[in-house]
Design a protein around this ligand. Structure first.
Ligand code: HEC
Ligand code: HEC
Length: 176
């Protein structure tokens, strides 16, 4: 993009995003593929439109069975993760596919492919946005999260915050 389009892409040293690997230097926090994609959206999209594209990326990410892009031809299984956290993503993928450990070539190829998938989806979203002048998302927070937050966002204590799938970590504590 820096070479083909120039500004603003030629203003970003790639080193800016160096520490996001492994969910921020191995902390397993936010998936590092998302951070540069979100940054690029913020660089080029109008302020009032950015949330619709970023929400779409986050909501799509939790459902997509990464990795689709597999140039090494390893034929790795795709697993939807239902979380934007690196820890959940890598751990669930290893558990469901039997591949691992974290340093294995398959896991490396999986996260590299995922990064390409995120880039491709973001580019397609941006193209659509600039062609049509707006963006209407197709993905959303999970229905269960909507139900949990109908109470916990501001009606009952303990208050909670977020759009991730609550059940992924808490289960449903109110069951039975
Ligand atoms: C009808 C309103 C309502 C909904 C919907 C609701 N909660 Fe709650 N939640 C409460 C109230 C009230 C409390 C505090 C009293 C209690 O523990 O039951 C609570 C407590 C909690 C607690 C702390 C106590 C515990 O049991 O661990 C967690 C965690 C929690 N809710 C998560 C969730 C999640 C996750 C969902 C969605 C799957 C959800 N809640 C849906 C009303 C709700
Ligand atoms: C990545 C895991 C994770 C996700 C996803 C998550 N939580 Fe939590 N949540 C935690 C942790 C960790 C705590 C703090 C420890 C605790 O109290 O259980 C917490 C605390 C809470 C508490 C306070 C519990 C208490 O006993 O005071 C509530 C209520 C809660 N979360 C609701 C939700 C709701 C609603 C969602 C969905 C929007 C959600 N959480 C998503 C991990 C998560």
């Amino acid at each position: 993009m820096a070479e083909e389009v120039g500004y603003p892409f030629n203003q970003i040293p790639a080193e800016t995003f160096g520490s996001y690997r492994g969910g921020v230097e191995g902390w397993g926090s936010i998936c590092g593929a998302l951070v540069p994609a979100i940054s690029v959206i913020n660089l080029v999209v109008d302020k009032e439109d950015r949330a619709s594209l970023v929400n779409e990326l986050m909501a799509w990410y939790k459902e997509f069975p990464f990795p689709e892009f597999q140039p090494a031809g390893l034929d790795l299984p795709g697993v939807p993760i239902n979380s934007s956290l690196c820890h959940v993503s890598v751990t669930k993928w290893m558990e469901e596919t039997g591949y691992g450990p974290r340093s294995s070539p398959e896991r490396g190829e999986r996260c590299a492919g995922l990064t390409a998938d995120v880039s491709k989806f973001t580019a397609a979203m941006l193209n659509k946005y600039f062609e049509e002048g707006s963006y209407t998302g197709q993905y959303a927070v999970s229905p269960a999260t909507g139900q949990c937050m109908a109470c916990h966002e501001e009606n009952v204590k303990p208050y909670a915050h977020g759009k991730e799938d609550c059940i992924e970590c808490h289960g449903d504590p109110h069951e039975d």
